[in-house]
Write a protein that binds this ligand. Structure first.
Ligand SMILES: NC(=O)c1ccc[n+]([C@@H]2O[C@H](COP(=O)([O-])OP(=O)(O)OC[C@H]3O[C@@H](n4cnc5c(N)ncnc54)[C@H](OP(=O)(O)O)[C@@H]3O)[C@@H](O)[C@H]2O)c1
Length: 230
């Protein structure tokens, strides 16, 4: 039986790479795209896409419910939504904090809640894949991206809590920690950088593929530092 994976942020840079890699491997994808994007563009034989505002708790819960009703089992969820903002301590306002908290934490948390319920009901549990960032675990890199780094740091704590609560239910949490992804936006923002030191998007797809493999299901509390040479 083919496995079904939920992918959020599925039309983003990482989401597109992960989705394409998994479809090639024969997985079925329940994809969530953002509130302003047409989901139909992603649909194919292996992909069903929905438009969901994951900053809204109810919308996330409805998406998980609908996806689970379309499949006998959801094997895993790759929760890839997130975003970056500059700002040091003195230049980070309440609005900046709220924005980053909603984008980096609520979008993951609101998915984790219904997923934990679903995975507890499934005999084989499930895997949850989250995305952190290096400045969230390396304070030296966090001083110019305060709201981003602080809100992403909660992702690591959330993964730890999932691991504890999921232990008896076969539920695991992995955290991907990319340095700089080789995306068009990053190339435009840092035209003089050495792009070869960054992380190619297809390598993120392969890493997710490994997490979902039989060997990957043996992992406990893994943190994948996808730093390459950056
Ligand atoms: N880029 C990097 O170098 C880098 C480095 C470290 C960590 N990361 C992390 O890696 C992950 C992926 O990064 P990326 O570069 O692939 O980002 P991206 O291209 O901006 O993709 C993020 C996606 O999130 C979706 N999204 C935003 N708000 C949403 C909402 N309210 N509800 C549902 N979806 C929403 C957007 O969907 P639509 O496009 O459909 O609107 C977007 O496609 C993020 O968590 C990011 O923080 C990235």
């Amino acid at each position: 039986m083919s496995k079904t994976i939920i992918v959020t942020g599925a039309a983003g840079n990482m989401g597109t790479a992960v989705r394409k890699y998994l479809v090639k491997q024969g997985f079925y994808i329940e994809a969530a795209v953002g509130p302003h994007r047409d989901p139909k563009a992603l649909n194919d034989e292996h992909t069903f896409a929905s438009q969901v505002n994951l900053m809204k708790e109810e919308a996330a819960a409805e998406f998980v419910k609908a996806a689970s009703e379309r499949h006998e089992r959801i094997t895993a969820a790759a929760l890839l939504v997130g975003g970056f903002a500059m700002g040091d301590l003195q230049n980070t306002s309440e609005t900046d904090l709220d924005k980053m908290f909603a984008l980096n934490f609520k979008t993951a948390f609101f998915m984790v809640k219904p997923l934990m319920n679903l995975f507890k009901q499934q005999k084989q549990g499930g895997q949850i894949i989250l995305v952190g960032t290096r400045p969230a675990i390396t304070p030296e890199q966090a001083t110019s991206t305060i709201a981003y780094s602080l809100t992403k740091s909660l992702i690591f704590r959330l993964a730890e809590i999932i691991s504890v609560e999921g232990k008896e239910h076969g539920i695991t949490a992995s955290v991907l920690v990319p340095s700089t992804l080789d995306t068009p936006e990053n190339r435009e923002a840092m035209p003089d950088a050495d792009f070869s030191s960054w992380v190619p998007l297809e390598k993120v797809g392969e890493t997710v593929g490994f997490i979902l493999s039989d060997a990957g299901t043996m992992l406990r509390e893994p943190i994948f530092k996808l730093y390459n040479e950056a």
